[in-house]
Design a protein around this ligand. Structure first.
Ligand code: 5CA
Ligand code: ZN
Length: 407
């Protein structure tokens, strides 16, 4: 489906450093080592109740990856899905008496508008799951041919014992896996399964639910295999970064990695698993099911989206943090100070700022330190250091290119 439009990204003098990020699977910060084209898959929204600040925080993190790679001289091939058919979406549509397709379409459109306003670079492919059901079914058939599946009352399951790498992404003990699987859409207690952690690949048609034809009969795909199929079809195995919020580590990215491995025989499925922290409100993770949400579209009615972006950038992407209104005020004040400073006819030399921001961002996307480097330049400019007439323009470009903040 349609992606969203891209902001301009100015070229900076010189070249950015090789990006290092925290890889959940390796449990350490490691260099990304992409080829000429870096490949990234970021899990998209389930389109109801979009776009809240938790979503925005996660997509901003991967936008910083995208920008750092480009600055380092890579092309970036970025793919994202929208989970436009799934249990919670269908439940919400039923509760509110809406057509599920209309609900999904409206929320996806709102998401696009929010992403554009936040200057998030768009994916080359923005893929709705309902557009590619045949591809997903073909991947399930491949898994079946490898002997990794079984049927239960017409549904198709992945047999966890057929996945030699199971656990390699999350490194969680089985007890924790079982608890999270139950909380995050899995069915550990379903009678008849061979193992409680076996996961659904194809759900046979139920009365009143949408369904598509497939080699396994009419039905719809399970969640994890959708992203695996979309990533494989667009990026191929061994892509550079698989991304999402930390609530996707298990089961979603663990199970997706196993599907990719068993289907292709190649490991790793993604070379790095990168996860953003969770944004909370009133002491709890912001989530659609709890309803404790702050929407980007609501905030945009009363503030510049660049202030929203700055408020998010003030937290390291891996931090779990709580949204409070005063953070928006602080970001608005920072934005105003920065804009005032880059409007001056000259300022202190900015090449050292560029070097510092590049260095900090290449080290696992240390945006708070990058903001501090720009703050320091802004304070010197405001207090009268006017030695370099080219500096304000360069600072404007640094903020835009590397942080996505338009001044
Ligand atoms: N459609 C699936 C991924 S295939 C999904 O998780 N959708 S979602 O709408 O629930 O979340 C979209 C993205 O936002 C995911 O990467 C998720 O990890 C992230 N996310 C959700 N809630 C928060 C939160 N409170 N803080 C930070 N990120 C969040
Ligand atoms: Zn996903």
């Amino acid at each position: 489906m349609r992606s969203w439009s891209s902001p301009q990204v100015p070229r900076l003098p010189g070249r950015g450093l090789a990006l290092r990020v925290y890889d959940t699977a390796a449990r350490e910060v490691r260099p990304t080592e992409p080829g000429a084209t870096a490949r990234m898959y970021v899990c998209g929204i389930t389109p109801y109740d979009a776009t809240h600040l938790g979503h925005a925080n996660t997509y901003l993190a991967f936008d910083l990856v995208n920008r750092a790679w480009r600055d380092a001289g890579h092309e970036v091939h970025f793919t994202q899905n929208a989970t436009d058919v799934d249990d919670p979406l269908l439940e919400r549509a039923a509760q509110t008496g809406q057509d599920w397709r209309e609900l999904a379409g409206r929320e996806i459109e709102l998401f696009r508008t929010d992403m554009e306003a936040l200057r998030i670079l768009p994916p080359a492919e923005y893929v709705g799951v309902t557009e590619v059901i045949d591809d997903v079914a073909a991947l399930i058939a491949r898994l079946r041919d490898k002997g990794a599946t079984y049927e239960l009352d017409g549904d198709v399951y992945f047999d966890v014992d057929a996945a030699p790498k199971f656990g390699a992404v999350c490194s969680y003990p089985e007890e924790r896996m079982l608890a999270l699987f139950g909380e995050r859409g899995g069915d550990p207690a379903r009678p008849g399964k061979q193992h409680p952690l076996d996961w659904l690949l194809w759900r046979a048609e139920r009365p009143g639910e949408p369904s598509w034809p497939s080699p396994f009969g009419p039905g719809r795909p399970g969640w994890h295999v959708e992203c695996t199929a979309i990533a494989l079809a667009n990026l191929g195995p061994g892509f550079d970064v698989s991304g999402g919020g930390s609530d996707l580590i298990f089961p979603h990215h663990e199970m997706g990695a196993c599907e990719g491995h068993v289907a292709t025989g190649e490991w790793p499925f993604a070379r790095a698993y990168v996860h953003a922290g969770m944004v909370a409100l009133d002491g709890e993770k912001m989530s659609k099911s709890r309803g404790n949400l702050v929407f980007v579209s609501k905030l945009r009615q009363r503030t510049d989206p660049m202030a929203i972006r700055l408020a998010l950038l003030a937290h390291h992407y891996r931090e779990d943090w709580e949204w409070t209104e005063d953070q928006l005020g602080a970001a608005q004040a920072r934005l105003a100070r920065w804009r005032e400073a880059v409007a001056l006819p000259a300022g202190p030399a900015a090449l050292p700022v560029l070097a510092r921001v590049r260095e900090r961002m290449a080290d696992d996307l240390d945006a708070p330190a990058a903001l501090a480097a720009l703050d320091a330049w802004v304070e010197s400019a405001r207090s009268g250091d006017r030695s370099d007439p080219d500096a304000p323009e360069l600072v404007r470009a640094i903020a835009d290119t590397l942080l996505g903040v338009e001044l």
